[in-house]
Write a protein that binds this ligand. Structure first.
Ligand code: MG
Length: 317
């Protein structure tokens, strides 16, 4: 059965989501959706291969917000409530001072020790204003989601851009680091490794390679005590979010998996296509928006994002 639905593993799953109505398909007709973020009463997301950013509201549906997004991928908000985006085309992380103007950007990071980044993929902001992002090669290993090029750095790192302008490689031993999020108290950092994906898209998955989320203890820009938090299958973890109680909501080949703070599967939002990411938003911050291949879904929940930065932005709007 290929109908979107919920798969309960633990009874508490029914208290997390409104499971009485199926996931609501709110927008479709894209190629590969990513980067969902709630900003100023609307859902913004990227349609990466078509180099455009969309804006969705209940009243308007999905409309083009930005015609040339330069293959932008993950989005988040900074302390001032401005959008921060990972841009494959420009191989950089940028701050958008106007999300409807492709030229209204400030560069957060584009080089490490003089070498161009690969293609920043996903990004989060800590409550101290530091900007953390991953840098796998999906935007340079073909022309589908960027421009083919060699890696100058020669590795796929996790970076932290500090408010003083510094750029620190905080983890250098990932195959392909992807989504990332902090625990509610920001003492731990979760990072997905989607190394099991072969090539630029999804012609196949090599389960001998990483398809898991790792967790670290955080001390300033230092990460210690690396361990595997959860192996995700089928598929790989791409984008994910941590909720107010430390439950991890991760994308996978078959939708969204809910994992306990200990890494146990609590339930799934089963979707028929490869799923890339999700965010919490809506008027009360408790609506989950899910980007899944060419579609976007909505699920009502009792959850909200653990991020202090995102909840601060919400209070300000
Ligand atoms: Mg990603």
């Amino acid at each position: 059965m290929s109908v979107p639905r919920f798969i309960r593993v633990e009874p508490k799953f029914d208290t997390f989501l409104n499971t009485t109505r199926p996931p609501d398909l709110i927008a479709h007709g894209f190629t590969w959706t990513e980067g969902p973020v709630w900003l100023d009463g609307a859902l913004y997301f990227n349609d990466i291969p078509n180099k455009r950013m969309m804006r969705w509201t209940e009243a308007t549906g999905a409309q083009v917000a930005l015609e040339n997004s330069e293959f932008a991928n993950g989005n988040t908000l900074d302390l001032a409530g401005q959008m921060v985006s990972c841009e494959h085309g420009g191989r950089r992380v940028i701050r958008r001072t106007d999300p409807h103007d492709a030229a209204a950007v400030e560069v957060v990071a584009d080089r490490f020790e003089g070498k161009r980044l690969n293609s920043p993929n996903d990004v989060i902001v800590r409550s101290d204003g530091s900007i953390w992002f991953t840098d796998p090669p999906y935007g340079i290993n073909s022309d589908v989601e960027g421009y083919s090029a060699e890696s100058e750095i020669g590795g796929c790192y996790v970076f932290c851009a500090t408010p003083d302008g510094g750029l620190h490689a905080v983890a250098t031993d990932f195959e392909k680091p992807n989504g990332l999020a902090f625990s509610p108290d920001e003492s731990r950092l979760y990072v997905a490794d989607s190394g099991a994906i072969k090539g630029a898209s999804f012609p196949g998955i090599d389960y001998e390679l990483p398809h898991h989320i790792r967790v670290f203890d955080v001390n300033g820009t230092g990460l210690t005590n690396s361990r595997v938090f959860a192996v995700v299958a089928p598929g790989v973890p791409d984008g994910f979010r941590v909720d107010q109680e430390g439950f991890v909501w991760t994308s996978a080949l078959d939708g969204v998996h809910c994992l306990s703070p200990e890494g146990a599967l609590i339930g799934k939002i089963w979707l028929p296509q490869q799923t890339s990411n999700l965010c919490f938003g809506g008027a009360d911050g408790r609506t989950m928006f899910i980007t899944s291949s060419d579609k976007v879904y909505r699920v009502e929940s009792s959850r909200r994002d653990a991020s202090h930065v995102l909840s601060q932005c919400e209070r300000n709007t």
